[in-house]
Design a protein around this ligand. Sequence first.
Ligand SMILES: [Zn+2]
Length: 193
Amino acid sequence: MQEGRLDPSAPLVLSTHELGRRPGSMRTYTATVPAPADLGIAVIGVPEGSDLHLDLRLEAVMEGVLVSGTVRATAVGECVRCLTEVTEEVTVEVQELFAYPGRTPAEVADEEDEVREVAAGELVDIEPAVRDAVVLELPFQPECGGVCQQDWEIGVSEQAPSPDRPADPRWSALEGLLAQQPDENPSGSREKS
Ligand SMILES: [Zn+2]
């Protein structure tokens, strides 16, 4: 995959040509590109074609090109409890070293089974790095934070009080009023007429 020809027009394929392999040379890359397919997990993900905001820095280092920066997108999924649509703003940090072919530093090669390389045409494909970062950031159990959550909380507080679970203090004042009522109205004022 690293050795294969990349499509220079793909939204997440970047050219490193301007860096000219001069360590220290740097360029920024800010763009809004369409999200690739399958950018997410089963329950939530960034819809294909939706906006992916890239704010990146490409920097030539001795071994290759370091790409770092942030990627912003909006993920869409379903609440695990009520299946309401959930949208989540996702901002992730991306950092990936693309080694020049044959220049893979030994320590990197030892640590990772897959070392990404600068491909033919001085191109780098940041899609796998973006995907890894976004997937890590997404909630495994998206929650709408809405009505279904409130229902659940009310359900908990409505449980009958027991000796080891005293009544909700918010209710005790009301209970006091209810208990007083018969005394305040001993003869039954409703029978006035
Ligand atoms: Zn919900």
